[in-house]
Design a protein around this ligand. Sequence first.
Ligand code: AMP
Length: 311
Amino acid sequence: MAILVVGSVAFDAVETPSGRRDRCLGGAATYFALAASYLTQVRVIGVVGEDFGPDEERVFVRRKIDTRGIEHVPGKSFFWSGSYMKNLNEAQTLNTELNVFQSFSPKIPAEYQDTEYLFLANIDPVLQEDVRRKMPKVKMVCGDTMNYWIKDHAENLARVLKGLDVLLINDTEVRMLAKDNNLVLAARKVLDMGPKALVVKHGEYGATAFFCERSFAGEKGSITIPFRAPALPLAEVVDPTGAGDSFAGGFFGYIASQPTLTPAVFRRAMFYGSVMGSFAVERFGTERLQQLDPKEIEERFALFRQLSHLE
Ligand code: AMP
């Protein structure tokens, strides 16, 4: 089964207590695609500039990610720079240059029309809505967003939320979106806005899924109590960039790889999310996600089982 992701393909500059990089391949869609590529077939919709060359293309091709939906236009690719010097759990954005993203109008290649799973990575909700509308046959849609869209583009975002099966955002974003500081009450309010499930990412503390009363995984065995997956305690977090997108890639990639979505599949997907997030932060940029071995993924999944197993 294939997942289509729409989002940023970018160059990032980051500084963390472990060091700095002035230019590495990044972007929400890139992290998502690499993480999900170990679990299912991935297709990407995005836009890049002339600075995106054969070396960057190869990163996708080596993971058999379909890049026919990445448009190449004159100009510079999206550029983001951030610092984690004050807080490893939350990036401080130093600079965002939209560049070629400014006039981006997503086009869906005909070959992508049969995609069953759609991930709307963190971009302008107007673009998220546009892609959702152009993919009427998808059977499951997950999405992400960030403080910028929540604060200044609330009406557009509200329309996207109505069409989501799962929204994956972090603690701060949930509280901001719901205007409520209590996580449980905030989660309820967000679920009232449309998504059938909400996955709240807590950085180094894991992630919690909240579900709608009106069931998520079909009639039978619906899950309404929350479920929490831990994050792996690590001695060194080299670069937290993309951890959230990698979590989403592991989570949705696993769901897409399974014949049906059951409550048990949803829970395991939360663990695959944590597994991919834990790999992402071990090196700068997408370095670690580019060269994983399927055996390592299964070993880490087993480690997560042990980490949270109760006799
Ligand atoms: P994460 O750390 O999971 O929140 O994602 C970080 C990635 O998101 C980086 O690789 C950035 O290139 C990308 N990014 C940062 N800000 C934006 C934005 N406003 N729109 C789209 N992508 C962004």
